[in-house]
Design a protein around this ligand. Structure first.
Ligand code: NAG
Ligand code: NAG
Length: 186
């Protein structure tokens, strides 16, 4: 390919990228597939409690990054990876119903707030093996707040909805959050 001016020291990866980029986009059309059998749209209400226990000897959250600067307030820019337990009632000793795995970034410049992407999965009962997905801002210092639900798997296929949440217990650095979720799904 004479028109690709490649310097002798360019890496193989760079050359491959350039070649792929220049390849003619010829007709490998995506063929029509089999449609998902979806049935009727349903509405489901879920109620559970999420336990964010950082102080435990087996903590459920870990900070994986922070900005190399003290010029930002509220830990702005810090990134956490979390795998929290979900229970039926507010007590941690009540039956476990699932877990919520998420990545959360501290994003509030003038107020403590996070943006998070979270998969809420159930491990027992009717919704065992199914999960719904949250992608939302979460102003964690406010009592009543709302998270956007933008998708789901298994029983929650094509879910969309809203999670109304409130902090039921705050014992720094641990929290228990109550969830009331309304989901439209198939
Ligand atoms: C962090 O910031 C300091 C001061 O600005 C700088 O000297 C240092 O190299 C930075 N460290 C990293 C890992 O970027
Ligand atoms: C969830 O719903 C219950 C029952 O309606 C209510 O008592 C509770 O305050 C609600 N909690 C949240 C976080 O919306």
């Amino acid at each position: 390919m004479a028109w690709v001016a490649v310097r002798p020291d360019a890496s193989l990866a760079a050359v491959l990228v350039i070649i792929l980029f220049l390849m003619p986009a010829e007709g490998h059309a995506v063929r029509a597939g089999r449609a998902l059998k979806l049935g009727k749209e349903k509405v489901t209400y879920l109620h559970f409690f999420l336990h964010d226990t950082v102080s435990d000897k087996n903590p459920t959250a870990v900070q994986v990054a922070s900005p190399n600067s003290t010029r930002f307030p509220f830990g702005f820019g810090s990134v956490f990876v979390v795998d929290d337990v979900l229970t039926e009632a507010v007590e941690r000793s009540s039956p476990v119903v699932g877990n919520a795995q998420r990545i959360e970034v501290l994003t509030g410049l003038d107020k403590f707030s996070v943006v998070m992407t979270m998969d809420v999965a159930f491990t027992t009962g009717k919704y065992k093996g199914s999960s719904f997905s949250v992608m939302s801002r979460n102003p964690i210092t406010e009592m009543g707040r709302e998270l956007a639900v933008i998708g789901g798997r298994g029983k929650f296929r094509l879910a969309r909805g809203v999670a109304q949440i409130t902090t039921r217990l705050f014992k720094f650095p641990d929290t228990i959050i109550e969830y009331n979720v309304t989901l439209f799904h198939y």
